[in-house]
Design a protein around this ligand. Structure first.
Ligand code: SME
Length: 163
């Protein structure tokens, strides 16, 4: 089971996140490596839902700069200033940002013109420090809601709770 990549596109979202959460934690059991975890989570979340882009921007200069980490999808931009775009806003405000229409978000950074909506979730470490953000982009407008926020926050909770 742990070796499978789940396809949850036809499953009710709340149930899909329950399954995905269990699956991610099972695959990462005994792992203590942030990059391995980011790569694993990117792959599992991306293919579970068929998103456009799924991946991490890591804090490389606290309070100032995010840099791309493991992801799935087309080429992502490399560096994002904290405070800029959706990722930089989520990092600066340490909260999940859901954007129904990226074209209406001031300062949105376009990496793939097909992107229509997105969700960015902050990733905290054991001591509450901001490690990264998880950015998920969709070609569908308004693809994300509170169930995605809860589900993804629970999954990236791995980084604070592991070990
Ligand atoms: N959408 C992001 C930029 C990163 S990419 O889409 C991969 C943003 O505005 O923060």
């Amino acid at each position: 089971m742990a070796e499978l990549t789940l396809d949850l596109r036809d499953v009710d979202k709340a149930q899909a996140y329950d399954e995905l959460h269990q699956h991610v934690f099972a695959v990462l059991d005994g792992v203590d490596d942030d990059i391995a975890a980011m790569a694993t989570i990117s792959a599992l979340v991306h293919h579970a839902f068929g998103h456009l882009w799924t991946g991490f921007y890591r804090v490389v200069e606290p309070g100032r700069l995010l840099r791309v980490g493991p992801y799935q999808g087309t080429l992502g931009c490399l560096d994002i200033a904290i405070g800029r775009g959706v990722c930089g806003t989520a990092a600066a405000e340490r909260r999940t940002v859901v954007v129904e229409d990226v074209h209406a978000f001031p300062g949105h950074i376009t990496c793939d013109a097909r992107s229509a909506s997105e969700i960015v979730v902050p990733v905290f470490g054991r001591d509450g420090e901001l490690l990264a953000v998880l950015d998920v982009d969709s070609a569908e407008p308004a693809a994300f809601d509170d169930r995605d926020r809860e589900g993804l926050e629970r999954i990236v909770g791995w980084f604070a709770g592991r070990g």
